[in-house]
Design a protein around this ligand. Sequence first.
Ligand SMILES: C[S@@+](CC[C@H](N)C(=O)[O-])C[C@H]1O[C@@H](n2cnc3c(N)ncnc32)[C@H](O)[C@@H]1O
Length: 312
Amino acid sequence: MNSIHRNGVFCACLLHPGAQDFQALAVFGLVDDGPQVGNKLNKGREWMNGSIPWCGPCSNRWTRDSFRYGWHMDDYDLRLVELYDDANPDGPDHEFYRLLADEKNARSILDVGCGTGILTATFVRPGRTVVGIDPSRNMINYAAERVDGRAVRWILGDSRDIPHEAFDYAVMTGNVAQHIPDGEWERTLEDINTALRDRGVLAFESRNPNTRAWENWAAEDPRIRDTMSGPVREWTEASETAPGQVRLTSHNLFMASGHHVVEQLVLAFRDRQVIQQQLADAGFVVDGVWSDWNRTPCTDDSPLMVFEAHRE
Ligand SMILES: C[S@@+](CC[C@H](N)C(=O)[O-])C[C@H]1O[C@@H](n2cnc3c(N)ncnc32)[C@H](O)[C@@H]1O
């Protein structure tokens, strides 16, 4: 499994009534005819809720969650999930979120869109509860297998599935905000607000649309990255399909096997004023908008916007 194969796409169209979620959530189109990689899904299923019927033609598993989050076809390719941490290692962004947790004396932390859990796991401290939630089955399965993440509660889902536990601190890192389309984004902020205790803190970052970063993403293409799967040739195509909406196509050619994995997603670029208003509408007070991980105040042309807010 768990990459997409043509049968999987076919079944999704026929059987999956929520297939349109495929576009609402983000779009992942995978082009690959190579052999399927090992299925981590089965290993993680004990902690997933719901019964798990078997989809024979796809040789794949799906749960009732699939009807909500989309079929497995709209997931990250496992081969890329496995390379994610190497490409996005711990750094000053993670340190910022960890320090904020300590500064706020957070005893319960929620990581929305936790991905592989690389940051989530590092929040763990004695006496602290840490929850990571992500709608990508492949991401959350990977996270659930982390040796350093055993004390984290991993949840497959989106903001609608956040447990009601009055968290002290919530984060969305790695530009998760940009992965969540309009409408769903506003609801996500409201759900997080509900999930926080009074004066609970939310922090996340988003790229500033003013600097039009996507126009430079292909500047150094193609790149060859040495990975545990051998050299991978990478290149991207990015274009603004509507104001503030950027379609990103990432090509990953595994040079040893010849597998060409293509992922597509749509990123939302929202400007500072829009996000501040959305935060206020969701019941947050904005404490600061920073341009970097040292809390330098954001200006109109800062590439990055780091938002720090608290529940009113
Ligand atoms: C670039 S990754 C960031 C992962 C992680 N936070 C990090 O910093 O490494 C974006 C993540 O957002 C998740 N995501 C996409 N739509 C989401 C949604 N509606 N709610 C929560 N997470 C979402 C994806 O599944 C993916 O794991």
